[in-house]
Design a protein around this ligand. Structure first.
Ligand code: PLP
Length: 391
């Protein structure tokens, strides 16, 4: 059976060029980058090249990049590390209600341990109000942490505008850039970002690798102590093939971003229009146009369960998601959709398609053709739908 992968915000396939390069660092160049001999030195050189590739795509310097085990660790290191280094300066932290769980659960932990957290709401499109952010700032605010692009609904926050405020107020600004990396431009200088979390496996690199950008001069405490690798910020022998694969994936992403995005945006809008015009009682979650990630489609289809939609699509070989990979499996509706003001009932019928480089127009046409049939079949069996018809 043909299979159609439309879950690229959960993870992406590793680019063959990336995989090929990584293989060399498993079997041929296997030295420890901290070793002084030639085996170590040759790997160290490749590791530093990868660091420079990651730095380049976000406009940073190589010595501002710390490799981690992924986006989750980068978020934890940024938030816990920044807070621990400033606990004597204040106890107030600001984030938003639609953050990834790697951020939200870290703040939950801090809130239980003596810190006060303000969770900014979002509007019906999933965007933060900058005026509201300004009002939330207090003299004892030590950290503001916001995501650049949302993993569920694709909304893109006005990071540059917010960065001007945090810079003026002298508050450390952490940004979760995991979903925006490689999809839309990120410039840590222009955006005044102090700490930026990145992950490799969302941009056609390997899983279990990521990075934290730490602006020169911004102090944070490490979470992991040991052999003093990564300028003491993250001890432990580096995941060498992973890091080198991540570097290559960044280089490829930078080369292809503009072109990929044009095509992704076209297919995204075709899928959105195809769903909205062929199914009744559907709403698009998140903004339209350039405030939305070029590869994200998220809709709520009334009178059906997201889980049932996913299973029916899966039987046709179509892989989608009902929110984030981390929350599917639990029956609670997505915190992001609830934050948009949707009711539990409507949020339960949510469906996310996230497109990638390899998707074709034909695949999108197939989804537009099959989804209405699935919805009709499921609605036939839905008591809620029949109640609506008879009312
Ligand atoms: C995937 C994701 C993460 C977690 O990254 P991992 O590398 O999987 O740990 C963090 N934030 C956002 C917005 C994500 O989409």
């Amino acid at each position: 059976m043909r299979r159609i992968y439309l879950d690229h915000s959960a993870t992406t396939p590793v680019d063959p060029e990336v995989a090929e390069l990584m293989m060399k660092y498993y079997v041929e160049s296997y030295g420890n980058p901290s070793s002084v001999h030639s085996f170590g030195r040759e790997v160290k050189k490749a590791l530093e090249e990868a660091r420079s590739q990651v730095a380049t795509i976000i406009g940073a310097n190589s010595n501002e990049i710390i490799f981690t085990s992924g986006g989750t660790e980068a978020d934890n290191l940024a938030i816990q590390g920044a807070v621990r280094a400033r606990a004597d300066k204040g106890k107030h932290l600001i984030t938003s209600v639609i953050e990834h769980h790697a951020v939200l659960d870290t703040f939950k932990y801090l809130a239980k341990n003596g810190f006060e957290v303000t969770y900014l709401p979002v509007d019906s499109e999933g965007l933060i109000c900058v005026e509201e952010l300004k009002r939330a700032i207090r003299p004892d605010t030590i950290l503001i942490s916001l995501m650049h692009a949302n993993n569920e609904i694709g909304s893109i926050q006005p990071i540059e505008e917010i960065g001007k405020i945090t810079k003026e107020k002298g508050i450390v600004f952490h940004v979760d850039g995991v979903q925006s990396l490689g999809k839309i431009p990120i410039d840590v200088q222009k955006m005044n970002i102090d700490l930026l979390s990145l992950s490799s496996h969302k941009i056609y690199g390997p899983k279990g690798v990521g990075a934290l950008y730490i602006r020169k001069g911004v102090k944070i405490m490490p979470l992991v102590f040991g052999g003093a690798q990564e300028r003491k910020m993250r001890s432990g022998t580096e995941n060498v093939p992973g890091v080198i694969g991540f570097g290559k994936a960044c280089e490829l992403a930078a080369e292809r971003m503009a072109e990929d995005n044009k095509e992704l945006t076209r297919l995204r809008d075709k899928l959105i229009d195809g769903i909205l015009s062929n199914i009744e009682d559907v709403r698009l979650n998140g903004p339209r146009g350039d405030k939305r990630l070029p590869n994200n489609v998220n809709v709520c289809i009334r009178y059906v369960e997201g889980e049932s939609l996913l299973l029916s699509l899966d039987m046709l070989g179509i892989a989608a998601s009902s929110g984030s990979a981390c929350t599917s499996g639990s029956l609670d509706p997505s915190h992001v959709l609830l934050a948009l003001g949707l009711t539990h009932e409507i949020a339960h019928g949510s469906l996310r398609f996230t497109l990638g480089r390899q998707n074709t127009e034909e695949e999108i046409d197939f989804v537009i053709q099959e989804l209405p049939k699935i919805v009709n079949r499921l609605r036939e069996m839905s008591p809620l739908y029949h109640k609506k018809l008879s009312s």
